[in-house]
Design a protein around this ligand. Structure first.
Ligand SMILES: [Zn+2]
Length: 179
């Protein structure tokens, strides 16, 4: 059986060194914003009452499954990790920052300081320095929202402002496809 790819919208702090000091307190603050709802497992929540105000779906008839069913959207707090992790989508084709050509990766890159050589202009750079075009994030902490296809939805300005207010950090996002 082929495992169906799982799609996520992932939020992360742009300061790769930052992570919440107290994960339980941060989870509670997120719950109070209405982004997250019921806790299923430690760090895994259903979408909360304000989810659709905070995540803006761009299509005209998006398939949104909220609630408590097995296939419903979940929000997972992933981390904090001891060191920043580079998370890249399985379908990522990052661009070389020297010649702007897309780079075909032979394998998923797991390390930020892995060296990638551009076949077009021969420039070598660290994986983290490539232009991932919203298909990778580098952080110690991620908020992963399942069932969001690439470019299907974006975090609202209100959510990004709330996260900045709660953490003192600016946040960005990318689309992650697993498998
Ligand atoms: Zn190049």
């Amino acid at each position: 059986m082929v495992k169906k790819p799982i799609h996520f919208l992932v939020l992360y702090p742009t300061n790769s060194k930052w992570a919440p000091d107290d994960l339980a307190a941060f989870a509670e603050q997120l719950r109070q914003t209405g982004l997250t709802g019921k806790r299923h497992l430690p760090g895994l929540f259903s979408a909360g009452p304000a989810y659709l105000e905070m995540i803006v779906y761009l299509g005209c008839s998006p398939q949104i499954a909220l609630g408590e069913t097995e296939t419903a959207t979940t929000i997972r707090l992933n981390g904090p990790f001891d060191k920043p992790e580079l998370i890249t989508a399985a379908n990522a084709r990052p661009r070389c920052r020297s010649c702007r050509q897309a780079i075909d990766l032979e394998k998923t890159l797991g390390w930020a300081d892995e060296t990638v050589t551009c076949l077009h202009c021969n420039t070598s750079s660290y994986a983290v320095k490539l232009d991932w075009r919203r298909k990778a994030g580098f952080a110690r902490f991620f908020i992963e929202i399942s069932n969001v296809f690439e470019s299907e939805a974006v975090p609202s300005d209100g959510l990004l402002e709330k996260l900045e207010h709660l953490t003192g950090q600016t946040w960005d996002y990318f689309y992650w496809r697993e498998g």
